[in-house]
Design a protein around this ligand. Structure first.
Ligand code: SF4
Ligand code: SF4
Length: 239
């Protein structure tokens, strides 16, 4: 049985990584045991993601129709479930993400070669830049060949001028590490240039041809801004 995600690629779910469960590092196996009570039923884990703009072209009409609270998650899960049922009928699987389980997506992304660290704390790789995201993680009882790690050096290791750092109006990356509070407080200002985007992320030249278009940027960043506003509003009420 071979792993053939061809029809998913056509729908914009164009990143895939198959892992053997028993080859995963101990900390990831422990994390999976913590969020799955029937782990022994499965032999592999598959991570799905999207890179670039193709997924958005499929999802944008669903967002406009307003039929789901989280249309990208809903669409991704539906596409993966339909592909699996058609391609591997009867083979058991269990979706861990999207969901409430605390799955270590970035650790898995690093193992897949998708995620390298960046100054603005969004994962980056040489092929897609920072313009990719995790869509679905599922346990499967399969014996596919594990996916080779995505090739490419960590882009930031050889980036001398670091335009992302100087592009940040809050200077959130000017010191050691990332000043999360400085970023958040700047984003919350009514006239902030980062209400619907991250200027640092946009300043990075890696994978620029895959950069999300305006509508996708605004969708993601305004959603995150609403979450931040709700968090601070709740904290203020409770203090
Ligand atoms: S601009 Fe340079 S340092 Fe900043 S994220 Fe891109 S590659 Fe990394
Ligand atoms: S969202 Fe704005 S303030 Fe926050 S890191 Fe990006 S550029 Fe800086």
């Amino acid at each position: 049985m071979t792993f053939e995600p061809d029809s998913l690629v056509a729908h914009g779910i164009n990143l895939h990584a198959v892992f053997d469960l028993d080859a995963l590092p101990d900390d990831i196996q422990a994390a999976l045991r913590g969020c799955c009570d029937d782990l022994s039923r499965y032999r592999q884990l598959i991570l799905f993601g999207h890179g670039g703009r193709q997924l958005w072209q499929s999802v944008a009409p669903l967002i406009a129709a307003g039929e789901s609270a989280d249309p990208i998650d809903t669409y991704s899960q539906q596409q993966v479930a339909a592909w699996w049922a058609a391609r591997y009928p009867g083979l058991p699987y269990r979706v861990l993400y999207p969901g409430d389980a605390p799955v270590p997506l970035q650790r898995l992304g690093a193992l897949a070669g998708w995620h390298h660290g960046s100054p603005f704390r969004v994962g980056i790789n040489a092929q897609w830049g920072s313009w990719f995201a995790y869509r679905v993680l599922m346990l499967v009882d399969s014996a596919f060949a594990p996916t080779p790690k995505m090739v490419g050096d960590p882009p930031c290791a050889s980036c001398v001028s670091r335009p992302c750092v100087s592009a940040c109006p809050a200077q959130a990356m000017a010191g050691d590490g990332f000043a999360f509070e400085a970023c958040v407080q700047y984003r919350l200002q009514p006239d902030s240039a980062c209400r619907d985007r991250c200027l640092a992320r946009q300043a990075c030249p890696v994978g620029i041809e895959h950069r999300y278009d305006e509508a996708q940027l605004q969708y993601h960043y305004l959603r995150s801004l609403r979450s931040i506003e709700q968090f601070y509003s709740t904290r203020q009420r409770e203090s």
